[in-house]
Design a binder for this molecule. Sequence first.
Ligand SMILES: Nc1ncnc2c1ncn2[C@@H]1O[C@H](COP(=O)(O)OP(=O)(O)OP(=O)(O)O)[C@@H](O)[C@H]1O
Ligand SMILES: [Mg+2]
Length: 364
Amino acid sequence: MARSRSGGAGHPPAPKFPAPAKPDPSGGLARPEAIQGEDEKEPSLRPKSLTEFLGQSSMKENLAIFIAAARERKESLDHLFLIGPPGLGKTTLAQVVAHELGSDITVTSAPALDKPKDLAGILTKLKPKDVFFIDEIHRLKPVLEEMLYIAMEDFELDWVIGQGPGARTLRLGIPHFTLVGATTKAGNVSSPLVSRFGITCRFSFYEQADMEAIVRRSAGILGVSIAADAASLLAASSRGTPRVVNRLLRRMRDFAQVEGGDTISLKVVREGLRRLEIDSLGLERYDREILRVIIERYAGGPVGAETLAISVGEAVDTLEDYYEPYLIQTGLLQRTPRGRMVTPLAYAHLGRSRPDSAGELPLF
Ligand SMILES: Nc1ncnc2c1ncn2[C@@H]1O[C@H](COP(=O)(O)OP(=O)(O)OP(=O)(O)O)[C@@H](O)[C@H]1O
Ligand SMILES: [Mg+2]
């Protein structure tokens, strides 16, 4: 359930806890590997230090100062809350922080913590200044959350001994540690828990220049050469997400290899993206399917997230965490109080006429 290790260097990250199996009414659309975390097979691509961690510059600069200050005072770093869509580097940053602090990191995920003894077992084994990383912290059970409040604030642990009227509560001291909590759903984390984090890092989709730098770094590690224009197109087609760009880079390496070339050229990337059905905005087939369903079945929206998820055959969590943020970022989708709506840009991107455009009949 939890693993302890030194500095987070070169080790595989915590296991993921997939959503329960569900029927697939989508007609068998492939689930993007980006959600499954293919990067985790090749941990060498994961940056280990703040210098290797590219992009997110203002967040990184602040963090570097807080880490340096904590080190100078020989104190633990304040608790750190990481928020952002999948694949932007939350787990990576937790490991980088431990590395920069020169501390050990213990990694777990909220769904793996079932009973108070699971959490107590980890907390009592931490050493001073250790990093304790809880992934998917929005899924923590309330009873464990309460336990965590005291641990985070007072570095103490309430432990009940015995049962019934004879039960006693022992308060144990635990070392000053840094909790790093990560979530894709900040809105689902209770405010008492949020208020106990001293530092909040909100990840945004990576800029084109940072994505290109990530492609170059990863290509260097994988030992594959890539032309500048090819790297640029790949970066632009990877939805501002390092996990996606690393995945696509590996696929382009495959395409180049099979074609007998030792460099990933612009032609290889163009053809590769076409084969993978990734379009000029970096949308995958599922993204377009979501937009198409809203347009065809719900007249452009609004449609509720639950209904939409059922219509496209995806878990509502995946819809909200993975697909929607990028569709919103690209200006194709809007979240309104009444539900999801596509924008005029979505009609244009899919080559559809809007139902209300003057005199034109919709194509569906
Ligand atoms: N800033 C970065 N610079 C270079 N590579 C990065 C960066 N951030 C992430 N990566 C790469 O992207 C991969 C995905 O990052 P990571 O697993 O940390 O994402 P995550 O936010 O934890 O995703 P999830 O929400 O699915 O757990 C990493 O293995 C790493 O190779
Ligand atoms: Mg993660």
